[in-house]
Design a protein around this ligand. Sequence first.
Ligand code: SF4
Ligand code: SF4
Ligand code: SF4
Length: 266
Amino acid sequence: MPKEKSRRDFIKKGIASTAVAMVAASDANAFSLKIPGRDKDDPKYIGQKGKHFVMVIDLRKCIGCQACTAACMVENQVPKGQHRTYVPEMEIGEFPDVRKGFLPQLCNHCDEPSCVSVCPTGATFKREDGIVVVDNTVCWGCGYCVEACPYDKRFINTETKVVDKCNFCAQRVDKGLLPACVETCVGGARIFGDLNDKNSEVSKLFNTYSHDVLKPEQGNKPQVFYIGLDDRLVEVLDATPVLDDWVRSKLKILEKEWVIYPEKGV
Ligand code: SF4
Ligand code: SF4
Ligand code: SF4
């Protein structure tokens, strides 16, 4: 079955199961399905007011060194074999006109994130400053968001057993630091900042160079912008195996049974 079809089928089934679970919950009053992302005044959901965080990746400068991959794993304690970001190396062109290309990838912090709309618990949400995060104390690991992301940028963390993905290093950004991958990027290819600030580096790059996003046809409006994206890299992208598939096959999340815990004090 084509992957996109199987993904859609999975989401449909998931939403149906969730609806059943919610009805059962209200009948039995056995557990809470509070949606934390709805409390508008909570600073957790606002982030940095007035800002619009994005990343620009200048592919002309990426040398494929994987310093970003390593820095991200250390900063975010990502288990061995799993990745919030990675830089596949691809061969583009044909002999004798052939060269290596690198395509750093991470969560795109989409403006219309399909991962958020399918989440039955509100564990994943988009802050007002644009960062899409997962509250791993609320996530129950159902994996709907993993299937709903057209970029395959979510995975079930083998240690926490809930969903993980790039959070633009919000724990650093909220202290005025740069994301770990940006700070360590040897070639200066990853640039992070506030697109609402017209003097920021991202704004200047955005306004100076033409830029593209991955899979624009999905309609998610990604907020990671690439400068120098070669069409041939995109063609190879669709045929590249996704690292997260390995994790899925290991955890067999498609067959995972739901475990619903009663709310404390009920
Ligand atoms: S890239 Fe995937 S996980 Fe990230 S915001 Fe977009 S849909 Fe969600
Ligand atoms: S795995 Fe977690 S974040 Fe993803 S949809 Fe399920 S509850 Fe939401
Ligand atoms: S912004 Fe942080 S979490 Fe995201 S890829 Fe870079 S280092 Fe990893």
